[in-house]
Each structure stands twice: as structure tokens, then as C-alpha cells.
Design a protein around this ligand. Structure first.
Ligand code: UDP
Length: 477
């Protein structure tokens, strides 16, 4: 079959964090399955980390290419040596990402376009948190697609930062809880549920500075893709659609038509928990993880550790060596691993989807990272929420108050072992657990339906591709 001309060619650049990389890789697969050529660009250090964890240096998308998907994979230098600790020195890192990285991206895109087949119509897909896509797209006359990997509610709050400012809610007043009910598409939200970067009085870190700039820039995007489901956030999305074309195409990490597991996205080596899980009875295990990035205090870890033991529930706990902010890699209380015996399994990292979908798992104690939330819903599992920072408090609101598929770990801000144990016990087997499970099944059905051939996410994706092609053609005439 003759290829149509111009043929869309996406340049995709993800943010260098696990929670952003996974949806980006899956979006690349999805785009390619619709006949769009993709050049997927990883930062060099991410390529290196990921190759080391997989113990393979093969091309990330080689299997997908063998299946006929045209995904070209390459890397770009961020200007730092591989061993530089980008999390520990995140201020220095992001200063440079703001200042120097856009020039590198531009140079790379220009070079690639120059050597491209003239029949290809290049466009950009970058993470919404990047501050440079609008300027580069304008300069190079490219369409600019922004990919938002978190819920539309979080997007909308950041998008309406100026409105929050006018009403004295950005930054919010310390220790004063107020309800916000004037944002388009957001019925009501308490200031306590806002993202951490909206609560900071001054930009405390460069990252806090990045968000306002990124959300000014996203207003110039041609299209915005959201890793959420229309039915779950319909009012928020409809309100956003009044400004720009927004498409809910999530959960992008799953597909009913495409093999997304041909590409490994993990930046860490995964420990196999299958044997241990096989030895436990259905629904008896609590899975515990606080994601790939955030840190908490040693004291919180200690209270959770004792709370888990006191609850007498089986558990798998992902304890990363960098889980506490003090830099102490000896994260757990002394002798803890011996004490838990076979009741618990502590792992540095696992294949989360494999664990969540195992019949032995009955719940997830989570920090409410958005990928974790979607993955848990996908498995129809209820959650105990312990949000720490960034978007997690806002995601918690959706899970607990909005969809009623989770409970809070603590009623106060402090974490206390007895309360942790009681919450876990009643969550896993108490009367309330029944209704949580019922609601989890309902929300699961919404997610599953969205990915059916005629489901909202599939339809929205096709509409996006149609609108994109029309705009590319119009731009070429
Ligand atoms: N994850 C994993 N194994 C682990 C812990 C986490 O594969 O042991 C994955 C998880 O499935 C999710 C991602 O890491 O896709 C974490 O993303 P999320 O948005 O939940 O949180 P973040 O790490 O961005 O805070």
C-alpha cells in the first residue's frame, strides 16, 4: 500500500523519571500502531541506566520494530556525566535543563529533519513539564503536542494557577484549610489537596519554578494528550476543552490491541515475587510501595514497618535503598527482616503489574503516584493512601473522596504504628473493605471499557490522529 504524503513523524522526548518514561514509551507504541513514525529520544543516562538494569544493550524498541512498528530510538546528552546524581542535585540539574537543554533539543531536531525523507511531516511530543516545546515548535514551524502523564484534575489546577493566585490560593496560606470552588470543571477542592508545588510560598526549588513556566507554555500547545479516562474526569476535561483541544487517551500503559510488554520500561532490575505470592491465599497480601522517586523520613518508615507487623497481614514491601531523605541506606529497623519471617517479603524493586495482578494481592498501600493509581484500578484492587508530595495529595482526593476506592492511611498528618495496623487490618478484612472492593470493580470496568475498540480512549486517540493529520496537511499547503 502506498504511504500517504505527508506522513507524520513524531519526535518524542520524555521526562527522565520512571513515572513519565513508562507512559511515554507506551504512547510511542500506540502512535506507531496508527502508522505514525516515531523518533523516541531518551537522555543518555536513562538509556545507560535502563540497559544496565535489563543487562542488555539492545535497542529499546527492537522487538516493536520487528513487529513492523516504525519507532526509531536514539539518545541525547543532557550535559552531565553519567554518574552525576540528578536527584540529589536536582536544583543544579534543572537549572541546566532550563538553560542549556532546549538548545540541545533544537540542534538534534534540526539535524534529524535535514536528513529526513521530505515526505515526512515532523512534529513534537514532549512532556508537559518541559518548558521549551512551544518556543522550539514556533521556531522550527512544528506542531506541538503536549503529553500530560497525570490526572486532568492536577493539570487543571496548575493550568489555572493565575486564578488561584487572584483568589489568594497560590501560594496557599500556611495551616489554613479553605475550599476552592471557582475553578472551571473542578467542583470543589480543599487547599490541603493541592499539589505540593502550589503550596510553596516561594519557589523552594528549581522544580517549583519549572511548573508555572511549563503551564504558561502549554497554553501554546496545538494538542494536549491526557493519560486519564474521559468518564472519570469528564467535567474537568470538558472545561479544559474550551481553551485547547484535549484528548483523554489513558490509561496509556495498557492496551487491548497492542503488545505493550515488548518493551521493558523499568530503570531498575526487578525481583521476581511470583513464588512467594503463589504460597499465599487469595486476597491475603498487602502490596506496599512508594514509587520510584519520593523519599520519606526514617521515622515514617519505622512506624509503617511496625504497623505492618502489628496488623498480622501478609505483605510485599518495595523498599528502595534511596527511600529515606537522610541518605541513610539502612532503611528498615534493625532485625526487621528476620522478625517478619514469612509474613512479609522486602524487595528493592519488583514488576509492580505482576504483583498487583496476582490473585494473592488484596490491596495496595501506595503513595498515589498516578501510574500506580491507574495500575491498581486496572487490577480492580482497592488502595490505602499515603501521599507524600507533588501530585500525590491531589491524586489521593480522586481515589478516596472522588471514586471511593481507597482510604487514608492516617487521619492526622503524623503516622503512628497502632493506627497503621488498625487501618490495614480493617482495610484487608473489615466490613468497609467490601464496599471498597465493589467500587474498585466499578471503576475498573470504566477503565476497561475506555480501552475497548469503541471505548472513549480509543475513540479520542483516533480523533487526535485525525485532527493532527488534518493540521499537518493544512500546514503543508
Ligand atoms: N514500579 C515498579 N516496581 C516497583 C515500584 C514501582 O515497576 O517496585 C513502577 C510502577 O508500576 C509505576 C512506576 O514504577 O509504573 C511508578 O510510577 P508512579 O507514577 O506510580 O510513581 P512515581 O514513581 O512517579 O512517584
Amino acid at each position: 500500500m502506498a504511504e500517504t504524503c505527508p506522513r507524520p513523524h513524531a519526535f518524542m522526548i520524555a521526562l527522565p523519571y520512571q513515572g513519565h518514561i513508562t507512559p511515554f514509551v507506551n504512547l510511542a507504541l500506540k502512535l506507531a500502531s496508527k502508522g505514525i513514525i516515531v523518533t523516541f529520544v531518551h537522555l543518555e543516562f536513562i538509556h545507560h541506566t535502563s540497559s544496565q538494569s535489563q543487562q542488555s544493550s539492545s535497542n529499546l524498541f527492537s522487538e516493536a520494530r520487528e513487529c513492523g512498528l516504525d519507532i526509531r530510538y536514539t539518545t541525547i546528552d543532557d550535559g552531565f556525566p553519567l554518574e552525576f546524581d540528578r536527584v540529589l542535585h536536582s536544583d543544579k540539574y534543572w537549572e541546566s535543563m532550563l538553560r542549556d537543554f532546549p538548545g540541545r533539543v533544537e540542534e538534534f531536531v534540526v539535524k534529524t529533519i535535514q536528513s529526513d525523507d521530505p515526505c515526512l511531516a515532523p512534529f513534537l511530543i514532549a512532556d508537559t513539564f518541559y518548558t521549551w516545546p512551544a518556543a522550539i515548535s514556533k521556531k522550527l514551524n512544528l506542531l506541538n503536542v503536549s503529553f500530560w502523564t497525570e490526572p486532568a484534575l492536577v493539570f487543571s489546577l496548575a493550568y489555572h494557577m493565575n486564578l488561584l493566585k487572584e483568589n489568594g490560593h497560590f501560594p496557599c496560606k500556611d495551616h489554613v484549610e479553605e475550599e476552592i470552588n471557582y475553578l472551571p470543571g473542578v467542583e470543589e477542592i480543599s487547599t490541603k489537596d493541592l499539589m505540593s508545588y502550589l503550596k510553596a510560598a516561594d519557589p523552594a526549588t528549581t522544580v517549583d519554578e519549572v511548573v508555572p513556566k511549563a503551564f504558561e507554555e502549554v497554553k501554546k500547545a496545538d494538542f494536549i494528550l491526557h493519560n486519564t479516562v474521559q468518564e472519570l474526569e469528564s467535567e474537568t476535561l470538558s472545561a479544559l476543552n474550551k481553551y485547547q483541544p484535549n484528548y483523554a487517551v489513558g490509561p496509556i500503559n495498557f492496551s487491548k490491541t497492542l503488545a505493550t510488554d515488548t518493551v521493558s520500561k523499568s530503570l531498575r532490575s526487578e525481583l521476581d515475587c511470583a513464588n512467594w505470592l503463589d504460597s499465599k491465599s487469595p486476597g491475603s497480601v498487602l502490596y506496599v510501595s512508594f514509587g520510584s522517586l519520593v523519599q520519606t523520613s526514617k521515622q515514617v518508615i519505622e512506624e509503617i514497618a511496625h504497623g505492618l507487623l502489628l496488623s498480622e497481614v501478609n505483605f510485599i514491601w518495595v523498599v528502595r535503598a534511596d527511600a529515606v531523605s537522610s541518605g541513610d541506606t539502612d532503611v528498615l529497623p534493625a532485625g526487621y527482616v528476620d522478625e517478619i519471617k514469612d509474613k512479609g517479603l522486602i524487595v528493592p524493586w519488583c514488576t509492580q503489574m505482576m504483583v498487583l495482578s496476582h490473585p494473592a494481592v488484596g490491596g495496595f498501600l501506595t503513595h498515589c503516584g498516578w501510574n500506580s493509581v491507574l495500575e491498581t484500578i486496572w487490577c480492580g484492587t482497592p488502595m490505602i493512601c499515603y501521599p507524600i508530595t507533588y501530585d500525590q495529595p491531589t491524586n489521593r482526593k480522586l481515589v478516596v473522596d472522588g471514586w471511593k476506592i481507597g482510604i487514608n492511611l492516617c487521619d492526622e498528618t503524623s503516622v503512628e504504628r497502632k493506627e497503621v495496623a488498625e487501618k490495614i487490618k480493617s482495610f484487608m478484612s473489615g466490613a468497609a473493605s467490601e464496599s471498597l472492593r465493589e467500587e474498585a470493580n466499578k471503576v475498573n470496568a470504566v477503565l476497561q471499557n475506555a480501552l475497548e475498540r469503541d471505548g472513549s480512549s480509543e475513540r479520542n486517540f483516533d480523533q487526535f490522529v485525525k485532527d493532527l493529520k488534518a493540521k499537518l496537511i493544512a500546514g503543508n499547503e
